[in-house]
Design a protein around this ligand. Structure first.
Ligand code: MN
Length: 237
């Protein structure tokens, strides 16, 4: 049985965009990826999500800081209002139903904000970090290290204490949302992965595993774990 993984999309005037790497990484792990367009009729789409076995919140533009009670700073990037609204609802749905969820980069930030946490609008404006989180190396190439938090699901999945990851973000998780625990930290202390305690499978990573999966068995293990959780969910339904 190939589980269906609903993957959220970015949006512009032309339409919805879903990166090929997500589709390939899900496929390689034995799942089927389907695009979830961020439509305005959010409730209608949320009611259809029960047909999916898992959700993947994909990477993309910056979240509107209004969702964590802040005025926007000059360093905050582009905002896609319909995407913010849609994905926050999808994240809350996954949190409340126990639907397996992998949240990538922006997706991890959406997950944290959906749970009541907040973000740095810009790492370098708001912290003393000297780590480059917007790498200029190729997308598949890992540029900084992360240390996994022992005892977390992610630590078990990856099976190592430290890994090297790619990095394409200037926002980051600051205060953790309710039920959210840190699962990895960068060398500067920035939270690089989170998970939801008590949830069957809800993991967020600040890096882009879909661009590393072709070359890195650890990142393939992450997608395999998502598909396995989706399969368990689908068997139970
Ligand atoms: Mn990073």
């Amino acid at each position: 049985m190939q589980p269906w993984i609903g993957v959220t999309c970015s949006v512009d005037d032309e339409g919805y965009h879903l990166g090929l790497a997500y589709v390939q990484a899900v496929e390689q792990a034995g799942g089927l990826a389907a695009a979830l367009p961020c439509r305005e009729d959010v409730e209608r789409w949320i009611s259809g999500l029960r047909r999916f076995d898992a959700i993947l919140l994909s990477g993309g533009a910056d979240l509107d800081p209004v969702y964590f009670g802040e005025e926007v700073t000059p360093e905050n990037g582009a905002i896609q209002p319909e995407r913010d609204r849609f994905e926050l609802a999808v994240a809350r749905y996954a949190l409340s139903t126990g639907k397996p969820l992998l949240a990538v980069c922006r997706g991890m930030q959406v997950l944290n904000v959906a749970a009541g946490g907040d973000l740095y609008q810009d790492i370098h404006a708001q912290t003393s970090s000297r780590v480059q989180h917007q790498q200029r190396a190729p997308r598949w190439y890992p540029t900084h290290s992360v240390r996994l938090v022992k005892g977390t699901r992610l630590h078990r999945i990856l099976g190592v204490d430290t890994i090297r990851v790619n990095s394409f973000h200037h926002q980051a998780v600051r205060r953790l949302g309710e039920g959210i625990v840190p699962a990895a930290h960068g060398p500067d202390g920035i939270i690089e992965a989170i998970e939801v305690s008590g949830h069957p499978f809800a993991v967020g990573v600040q890096w882009h595993p879909e661009h590393m999966a072709m070359r890195d068995a650890h990142q393939r293990a992450l997608f395999a774990a998502l598909v396995a959780a989706a399969r368990r969910r689908s068997d139970a339904a």
